[in-house]
Design a protein around this ligand. Sequence first.
Ligand SMILES: CC(C)(COP(=O)(O)OP(=O)(O)OC[C@H]1O[C@@H](n2cnc3c(N)ncnc32)[C@H](O)[C@@H]1OP(=O)(O)O)[C@@H](O)C(=O)NCCC(=O)NCCS
Length: 323
Amino acid sequence: MIRAVVRGFGAALPKRVVPNAELEKTVDTTDEWIVQRTGIRQRYIAGEGETTASLGEAAAREALERAGLEPQAIDLIIVATASPDNTFPATAVDIQARLGITGGAAFDMQAVCSGFVFAMATADAYLRTGLARRALVIGAETFSRLLDWNDRTTCVLFGDGAGAVVLEAVEGEGTVADRGILTAQLRSDGSHKAKLYVDGGVSTTGTIGHLRMEGREVFKHAVGMITDVIEAAFAATGTTVEDVDWLVPHQANRRIIDGSAKKLGIPLEKVVVTVDRHGNTSAASIPLALHAAASDGRIKQGDLVLLEAMGGGFTWGSVLLRW
Ligand SMILES: CC(C)(COP(=O)(O)OP(=O)(O)OC[C@H]1O[C@@H](n2cnc3c(N)ncnc32)[C@H](O)[C@@H]1OP(=O)(O)O)[C@@H](O)C(=O)NCCC(=O)NCCS
């Protein structure tokens, strides 16, 4: 049985760090409020010349280097993003060209904050069915350019960045001892659209628009949706919460992360948290967190790693993989 195994990982952040104190100068907020409600202390904000494609390219280069692969070895690029460089073509083809890759397929995936989970699931399906052999899965965002910087209820929450992994098709035994993606569980429910959306678009306003959110409504649904897809991953693989070495959640809010871990019975020592440093970087948050925990030696080869995300749509999903 073919498994999609992580061979390399990378990350990139903009140069400029914006601590909460800096936002106190522009909107009616305080560091104390932001930390208490969200756990966020700072975020990175893209400057001139830093775009979703440039950040994605940098993350991809590091992932390729760690994998020991030349760019031409890649035959699939999926970029999870809701903040592309252009309406079209896909940011993935831009990154493909920047890397000098001339073969294979490249496309974007739009599932907002769940984008990286959806992209991993998609790459897994391509690799297992033989449509591709080596994939770059990238989560890259410049959400700062979608924010209404006068809206204190949203502008304090998000940041920019990118993360990437290289997945390779490897023959496995078909058991949960295999390295690679063991299951992916994806869900969407468009009836929640109005709770988290961007109020512009190509075929409606002809503008980019700004992010709008009913934060309390999102919060209310998050923990239940996250635990639903995690329990589905356990059921699909016959694993249990005790088997998990690392939970790498989407980094939206410390309270959602802690609430989900508590409901599932996962001790906080096994949860990777970067939201304090990065804020919510949407589709980039999971690969940025993976990079943090794998590069400092916490996540080791053979560890069982659980990814989960929930975001606009709503969309939500989980991926269970052995590192
Ligand atoms: C956004 C969020 C942090 C707000 O926290 P909350 O405890 O729900 O706070 P509320 O929205 O109830 O607002 C409480 C008060 O704080 C105020 N407030 C909102 N943003 C503020 C800010 N940045 N600074 C200071 N006060 C703020 C509100 O106006 C409100 O004031 P009021 O009671 O006078 O009306 C929280 O709802 C949340 O994290 N939701 C999930 C958001 C998310 O993760 N989205 C992304 C999913 S991918």
